[in-house]
Write a protein that binds this ligand. Structure first.
Ligand SMILES: C[S@@+](CC[C@H](N)C(=O)[O-])C[C@H]1O[C@@H](n2cnc3c(N)ncnc32)[C@H](O)[C@@H]1O
Ligand code: SF4
Length: 452
């Protein structure tokens, strides 16, 4: 992540950055992961108590499980994933359950509002293995273990499922799937470095829509190598024709040590990315979708409840190698690497098996950082009553310089109860969110070394 907005001169810099089509990475969590640091002994020792205190704060809980296994590592991907067909999936599920059992001892039962199984490619797990995960987690954490959370979600690589598997997923209680298509144009798909059989085309989406999931989400990326405006439009129109409840369109994030970077691909310019964002926004809204965030469009039944809860500062407790927890008192992470993928997995398993905490690094929150988090993440439509009640602050007063700059540039409108971004503001939302990063977070991001 490159910090592009210099805080000392928000007003003068912002107009220039917008005019120059400057890009900032998607701010999907705050603080960004580049500001996480490895915990020393005393912080690590304090993690269980910190988790317990955070969980005690709310009656509800969101659970996340990271399943890092993938059939291949896609060229654009910098998520924590391990390639190969020979991974011990049953053994991995056992380890995750062992980690979860330890965490469950720190808390009373909660109302589990979302359970999200992501990755990686969790759809490489058999339905039975997923069921074992779901049942165990509800059994340990939920005040109604017999009831599935309102959102029980699974990330799916379309190439790993067929109609039979989709039915099995529904039968074990998955009610939302995210289909990671990324593109529906053959040439572009080949450039992703993915093995995808023909069956993973649109027919699969049609089948998924017919199986009875409450919510089907299609993920697309713009800025891919070899992608043209025409190709981007084709992907969008093909998806829109089938009207899935949720469509996510992400601008490519390009990172060191990915396949793209090894191949020397440098991302397309800002003007092209903003143009593709506008194409997505126009086509989806014309087709009847409502814009939920700058990366997500929804129709009836659509949405992403765990993300909304995370941005609403509720606790998200993660288990698994590479999983992150977003808690009231801290962001925590169970290891991460795109350079030593298998070693990171082995070390996670060793930690859990030897009774150590799985957490390796993270960021301890303060009142100020929590206010920045609430503002930076919810900038599109910020509820001033909510911030007053939850965090005892008013964003327009606390971040007066930033909001004055947004308003002067026509990026934001301030009402007595809400602050909302204008259409232009939504387009530049990540730039605006970056202006709210603290000095500490900026310093950490600037010092972050991708080589480590
Ligand atoms: C957490 S990832 C899901 C990974 C899952 N294995 C898949 O491929 O579907 C959610 C989505 O983020 C998007 N994504 C992943 N890497 C990205 C990158 N480097 N730039 C932009 N979007 C990315 C993809 O659309 C992906 O489906
Ligand atoms: S994009 Fe998804 S399938 Fe591809 S390597 Fe990343 S996590 Fe795995």
């Amino acid at each position: 992540m490159r910090i592009v907005v210099d805080r000392s001169s928000v007003r003068s810099r912002l107009a220039g950055l917008v005019a120059a089509n400057a890009r900032a990475d998607y701010v999907y969590s705050y603080p960004p992961r580049q500001s996480y640091r490895v915990f020393g002994e005393s912080t690590a020792a304090a993690v269980p108590e910190l988790v317990a205190r955070s969980l005690r704060r709310f009656e509800d809980l969101n659970l996340y499980v990271h399943v890092p296994f993938c059939r291949q590592i896609c060229r654009f991907c910098n998520l924590y994933a391990v390639a190969g067909a020979n991974n011990d999936l049953d053994g991995y599920v056992d380890t995750v359950l062992e980690e979860a059992a330890g965490l469950a001892r720190l808390t009373d039962r909660k109302t589990v509002t979302t359970l999200y199984i992501g990755g990686g490619t969790p759809s490489v797990l058999a339905a039975g293995q997923l069921e074992r995960l779901i049942r165990f987690l509800l059994d340990r954490f939920s005040d109604r273990p017999d009831r599935l959370p309102p959102e029980t979600a699974l990330e799916v690589d379309p190439a790993t499922v067929d109609l039979g598997k989709l039915r099995d997923l529904r039968a074990v209680g998955i009610n939302r799937i995210n289909l990671g298509y990324q593109s529906l144009v053959d040439g572009e798909v080949r450039g992703l470095g993915r093995r995808r059989p023909d069956s993973a085309g649109l027919a699969l989406l049609e089948q998924a829509l017919g199986v009875g999931f409450g919510n089907v989400c299609v993920d697309l990326i713009y800025g891919l190598a070899g992608q043209t405006d025409e190709g981007w439009e084709q992907s969008l129109l093909r998806v829109i024709a089938l009207a899935p409840p949720t469509v996510c369109a992400y601008a490519l994030t390009l990172r060191p040590f990915t396949g793209y970077s090894r191949l020397g691909y440098s991302a397309v310019d800002g003007a092209t990315l903003y143009r593709r964002y506008e194409m997505a926004n126009r086509l989806l809204q014309d087709a009847g979708y409502r814009q939920e965030t700058h990366v997500r469009w929804v129709r009836d039944g659509g949405g992403y409840r765990q993300k909304a809860n995370h941005w609403g500062l509720r606790n998200v407790l993660g288990v698994g190698a590479g999983a992150r927890s977003y808690l009231w008192e801290a962001d925590l992470r169970n290891g991460y690497s795109v350079r030593s993928r298998s070693a990171t997995l082995r070390s996670y398993v060793d930690r859990v098996r030897s009774g150590d905490i799985a957490v390796t690094d993270g960021f301890l929150m303060t009142d100020d950082e929590r206010r920045r988090k609430a503002t930076a993440l919810n900038l599109m439509a910020l509820d001033r009553t909510w911030t007053r009640e939850t965090l005892a602050f008013d964003p327009v007063e606390r971040f007066a310089e930033e909001f004055a700059a947004f308003t002067e540039s026509g990026l934001c409108e301030t009402g007595p109860r809400h602050v909302t971004l204008t259409d232009k503001g939504v387009k530049y939302r990540d730039l605006l969110s970056q202006t709210l990063f603290s000095r500490e977070v900026r310093t950490r991001v600037a010092e972050f070394n991708y080589d480590e």
